[in-house]
Design a protein around this ligand. Sequence first.
Ligand code: SAH
Ligand code: AVI
Length: 324
Amino acid sequence: MLNTRAKCPPCLARAEEDDFAAAVLDGLSRPQKSLPCRFFYDARGSELFEEITQLPEYYPTRTEAAILEAHAAEMADGLPPGSVLVEFGSGSSLKTEILLRQLTQLGAYVCIDVSESALEAARARLAARFPTLDVRPIVGDFSRTVALPADLAERPRTGFFPGSTIGNLTPAEAGCLLQTFRACLDAGGRLIVGVDLKKDARRLHMAYNDSAGVTAAFNLNLLTRINRELAGTFDLAAFRHEAVYNPREGRIEMHLRSTRRQVAGVLGRPFRFGAGERIHTENSYKYTIAEFHELARRAGWQPTRVWTDESNLFSVHELVAGSL
Ligand code: SAH
Ligand code: AVI
């Protein structure tokens, strides 16, 4: 597996500090404590995310998969033979298989993710299911990992960014990320991106507060990871999962709320929590199609086609890169 680093635009420069320890110490030192959501995905976090995707309340994965099943042939149409499919935040690559079945002339599949365990499991499964496919996993942060393996650099590329992972960034960060992807893909290249749509707040609330408590376990696992990797002393029983829809921002916010006054240590540094104080762990922005088109255009992409489900829960967009 390849580990690569490349330059990012100045607005993503903060991501340079992605070292887990530095990010945790910084996030917990702020007046509003926060932790970056990309650190959810250690091996256990990736497993818990896969469980989330199977929950009855979590509609995004199955809805997006159904959209891909219905339209994969159109999405694959016109892809030059020998092209490279580059997926950002590929996780299990399960949904990717729907596209791969249509992309019979694909030159290679490059999958980029921070979770080494998820990449390894995907690599092994794809090797069995698509024995002739050239799969190139890259462990890294997609906001910085834009350098493709040298032998693939001259091939035409199509980007794939499913799952509404783009919603986990603020709109400003998402715009920067789309610019980074544009630099990574060819001028005239395409990006297929999955975006969760604005909808009834109750439905959103249920999707992030499932009755089996899997999303709560996913959120709390961040503290388990800090305890294990950073000599943390968090008492998990004294923090509670919270997910609320913020209609003004158009996003689900996930938090970990301290149920009492307490002190938790990280790498020997004490962090004080008041009763009820929260750590902000994730945003999950929801867009209308028009809002997402506007965001894409500002980042230099031309929206060409969009596919949705009958209930307008989720959208899959085709964007074409303008010249730089
Ligand atoms: N694309 C898959 C997985 C979505 S979950 C799907 O649609 O089901 C989000 C994935 O993005 C996780 O696998 C996580 O490890 C990865 N991820 C999150 N932030 C990342 C980052 N900054 N760089 C690379 N991968 C990231
Ligand atoms: C990966 N990402 C798009 C998921 C989401 O819905 O924002 C992560 C997640 N968080 C809680 N449940 C799922």
